[in-house]
Ligand binder design. Structure first.
Ligand code: PBG
Ligand code: ZN
Length: 331
């Protein structure tokens, strides 16, 4: 028999054939758009550290959501910036807080046609910028923080959030939130755990955007060491045990091995968060002409899906959803 007997190129010959045998697809419905709603704002304002993104008012977030829905995005992930911060981060569970008001407005306007995920953390609300309450000695008190997360989650669920996503990496946060939600009658509200969230340098632009840089120290006492893969599986399994409905790995691009490993070890829906620094890298490189932004973003999203993520949280969600609509047979 003449060499070669196998010719994989046969199925790469035309766009139609390539599309037919493609193993992984990116679909707008699996893309989640982060949104920042800021108290005391009278009109939306661009976010300098995240070009293309904006701070919304509790009204203008409805426009952002409408665009995302029309483009086919799967959900909105809401972050809040309060006017006043305090040591306990009490703005996080204020019934009239920006996130709570926004969720009520979104649900009033779109009902169940929109999936709203509420980020549940304290760092935007504490005057020290840590994700939890400080105990004696100035380190974050895990168990006191759990009570604050529980109150925050209940206030977000009461406002109508479909999903609560605790991002503070406290031990037991998923279980504490699940218990509190059930006790308050919100047994239908889901929990998406930020299960394996690493202490990454890639959160820089977000910390500017959400005004949540720690005043002292860093977050390495609770976020994971970037060197650890096995520990990520342990964190994910703990969240599953505690009643998580879905889990997450964050960041995404340099943690694809973690995504794959967590995928292999759990059956729950898995999200990957392509974070602010990753967005910034793609935008900055595209701006120099290194590559076409659209092609780079779609390849990146494909890689994250291929690694095993079902859902992708990305600041490119809106653009990517539109590109995917235009795309069809051309890739
Ligand atoms: C805070 C939070 C952070 C992000 C999401 N929630 C920053 C941090 O942990 O310091 C990062 C998101 C991004 O960089 O896009 N709990
Ligand atoms: Zn936080």
């Amino acid at each position: 028999m003449p060499f070669p007997t196998e010719r994989p190129r046969r199925l790469r010959r035309t766009p139609a054939l390539r599309r037919l045998v493609r193993e992984t697809r990116v679909d707008a419905a699996s893309l989640i758009l982060p949104a920042f709603v800021r108290e005391g704002l009278t009109r939306p304002e661009p976010i300098a550290s995240l070009p293309g993104q904006r701070h919304d008012t509790t009204d203008s977030i409805v426009e952002t959501a409408e665009r995302a829905l029309n483009a086919g995005c799967g959900a909105l992930l809401a972050f809040g910036l309060p006017e006043h911060k305090d040591a306990d981060g009490s703005g996080a569970w204020a019934d009239e807080g920006a996130v709570q008001q926004s969720i009520r407005g979104l649900k009033h306007r779109f009902g169940d046609a929109i999936a709203v995920i509420a980020d549940c953390c304290l760092c935007e609300y504490t005057d020290h910028g840590q994700c939890g309450v400080l105990g004696a000695g100035g380190s974050v008190d895990n168990d006191a923080t759990l009570e604050a997360y529980a109150r925050t989650a209940v206030s977000q669920a009461a406002a109508g959030a479909d999903v609560i996503a605790p991002s503070g990496m406290m031990d037991g946060q998923v279980g504490a939130i699940r218990q509190a939600l059930d006790a308050a009658g919100f047994d239908d509200t889901a929990v998406l755990g930020y299960s394996a969230k690493f202490a990454s340098v890639m959160y820089g632009p977000f910390r500017d955007a959400a005004d949540c840089t720690p005043k002292d120290g860093d977050r390495r006492g609770y976020q994971m060491d970037p060197a650890n893969q096995r520990e990520a599986v342990r964190e994910a399994l703990l969240d599953v045990e505690e009643g998580a409905d879905a889990i997450m790995v964050k960041p995404a691009m340099t943690y694809l091995d973690v995504v794959a490993r967590v995928r292999d070890n759990t059956d729950l829906p898995l999200a990957a968060y392509c974070v602010s620094g990753e967005y910034a890298m793609l935008r900055a490189a595209a701006a120099t002409g290194a590559f076409d932004e659209r092609a780079a973003v779609l390849e990146t999203l494909t890689g994250i899906r291929r690694a095993g993520a079902d859902m992708i949280i990305t600041y490119h969600a809106l653009d990517a959803a539109c590109w995917l609509q235009e795309d069809r047979a051309t890739r």
